[in-house]
Design a protein around this ligand. Structure first.
Ligand code: 5GP
Ligand code: ZN
Length: 140
């Protein structure tokens, strides 16, 4: 538990939320400022800031919860599509520093775009160079 974290406060019942799913390691609740009806966030109960910090043994349970909640939310909202994503780090738009997976119900006529509409800032590096840089880090 991180004292100043609003999602930790939700996990510990110090702040109200509209819970839709809970298990031993995971909590899912409605986003207070939904981008679409049924917009839900799924979080690990432990205070983990970013995806890279999530212990391997919690990765499976978190994404199993994402899968289950996605299925139920789609049924409840009567949609057959969702955008699922993580704002991973401040520069990516992460406002709450407690890892959370957004599940956003989507409709063909909702006026929104795909993940490809988020950013268009590809620089001068070729795909060869980018691949080499990433492989170097893996090899380090
Ligand atoms: P982020 O930008 O960090 O990926 O998203 C944080 C999300 O948490 C936002 O969509 C915001 O609406 C939601 N949020 C912020 N504070 C609260 C809160 O107190 N309760 C709930 N249910 N959602 C919150
Ligand atoms: Zn937290």
């Amino acid at each position: 538990m991180s004292e100043n974290c609003i999602f930790c406060q939700i996990v510990n019942d110090r702040l109200e939320s509209r819970t839709v799913y809970e298990d031993e390691l995971t909590l899912a609740f409605l986003d207070v400022n939904p981008l679409a009806p049924g917009h839900t966030v799924v979080i690990p109960k432990a205070h983990i800031e970013r995806l890279e910090d999530l212990p391997t043994e919690q990765m499976g349970p978190l994404f199993e919860a994402v899968r289950r909640v996605t299925d139920k939310v789609q049924q409840a909202m009567k949609v057959d599509a969702t955008t699922i994503g993580i704002n991973n780090g401040r520069a990516a738009g992460q406002a709450v520093p407690h890892l959370h997976v957004h599940i956003i119900p989507r409709r063909a006529d909702d006026g929104g775009g795909s993940l490809h509409s988020i950013v268009h800032s590809n620089g001068p590096l070729s795909l060869d160079e980018v691949q080499r840089l990433i492989q170097q880090v893996f090899g380090a």
